[in-house]
Design a protein around this ligand. Structure first.
Ligand SMILES: C[S@@+](CC[C@H](N)C(=O)[O-])C[C@H]1O[C@@H](n2cnc3c(N)ncnc32)[C@H](O)[C@@H]1O
Length: 344
């Protein structure tokens, strides 16, 4: 007979139970059986958190993303691909040329150009369909394109370089200029999208409610438009990383326009006053790439089940706070915006 693993042995023991007694024949005193059970429990194989995470993603993202999910899943399991956010505060005029020679391109200006083309196309489409009867369908298509084009601030000074699809070249580490400011910040290029969508306008007061470690805070500052930036994060240790980023990339006169705090974002209305034109809420999430790849500090670990289950509620509460601050301002300024990055 083939050897049985832990579970197999338990099953075999169950099969050997004497009828009517519930006990295996020849079983020793109760105390002994109890010890055996405990031992089995501690040696039972635990399902790795990464596997639980992937199973969870297959269930939820598979449902939401449908045919797109397999490629997103593959990307999640691949090595992370970075974008290089140029630091406009550093004396690094040579860097764009250096990156272009490596075949990297600034995807922000590319997307802006595409958005403008869409808008021009929509305008032409509208003019054309205005003269034609019965072309409602194409008109709808063009208008939808214009409406769907991302609200990118085309005047934005944000530049982020990325290598083409399939090119896995790594960026060199960031280098300091003569004043010690680093020339670029490596981040997931997709992390820039909420900042672009926020479309910060000159002198806007901006609240970044869950800001640490500070990638998006830095990107917000790169617009050069923030009149004042409040960067908050409940985690003191992560807020230290935010300070570090500000000191490594931002000159003092600009840092002075940033206030860093460590409040629970849900209590913002009680601890801080003021109103904002724009609010960015990058809510805490299941850090999907990490959860699918690393066992350590994995939110899908059994002991973090409650925390994970409470995440949607926490995200909702933070969102409500941001809408409240946007809402207060909306009463005075109809152009206010709140952008949330919403994750499962
Ligand atoms: C996705 S991360 C933010 C990343 C950051 N925006 C960036 O671009 O570098 C979510 C952050 O939310 C913070 N957070 C969690 N609960 C919070 C709360 N109740 N109030 C404020 N921040 C919170 C976490 O400490 C974490 O740093």
């Amino acid at each position: 007979m083939a050897a049985l693993g832990g579970r197999g042995r338990a099953a075999a023991a169950l099969l050997r139970r004497a009828p009517g007694t519930g006990a295996a024949p020849g079983a020793g005193p109760r105390r002994h059986r109890h010890r055996h059970k405990e031992k089995w429990a501690t040696t039972a194989p635990r399902i790795p958190s990464t596997r639980l995470a992937l199973h969870h993603f297959d269930m939820s993202y598979g449902l939401h993303l449908g045919a797109l999910w397999p490629s997103v899943r593959a990307a999640l399991l691949c090595e992370q691909k970075y974008g290089a956010l140029l630091n406009n505060f550093a004396a690094a005029d040579h860097v764009p040329r250096e990156l272009e020679l490596l075949n990297a391109t600034d995807f922000v200006s590319e997307v802006s150009q595409k958005a403008q083309q869409w808008q021009r196309g929509a305008a032409v489409g509208e003019a054309a369909t205005g003269c034609q009867e019965g072309s409602g369908e194409s008109r709808t298509e063009m208008v939808t394109q214009a409406e769907m084009s991302p609200p990118l601030c085309t005047s934005s000074k944000i530049k982020c370089y990325a290598f083409p699809r399939g090119d896995i070249t790594r960026f060199r580490p960031a280098r300091p200029d003569a004043l010690g400011l680093l020339d670029y910040y490596l981040m997931d290029a997709a992390s820039l999208l909420p900042v672009l969508a926020l479309s910060v306008q000159p002198d806007d007061f901006v609240l970044d409610l869950c800001a640490a470690p500070g990638g998006k805070t830095l990107a917000l500052l790169q617009t050069g438009f923030c009149g004042h930036l409040a960067a908050n994060d409940v985690s003191v240790s992560r807020t230290k990383r935010l300070y570090h980023i500000l000191h490594s990339y931002v000159p003092k006169e600009v840092r002075d326009t940033v206030s860093v705090t460590s409040y629970d974002g849900r209590d913002w209305d009680q601890v801080k006053g003021g109103t904002f034109h724009k609010v960015l809420v990058d809510v805490p999430c299941t850090t999907d790439r990490h959860s699918a790849m690393e066992e350590e500090n994995n939110i899908f670990h059994k002991r973090r089940t409650k925390e994970r289950q409470m995440l949607p509620m926490l995200q909702l509460q933070l969102l409500i706070t941001s809408v409240w601050w946007r809402g207060r301002w909306t009463l005075q300024e109809p152009s206010s915006t709140s952008v949330c990055t919403w994750r499962t």
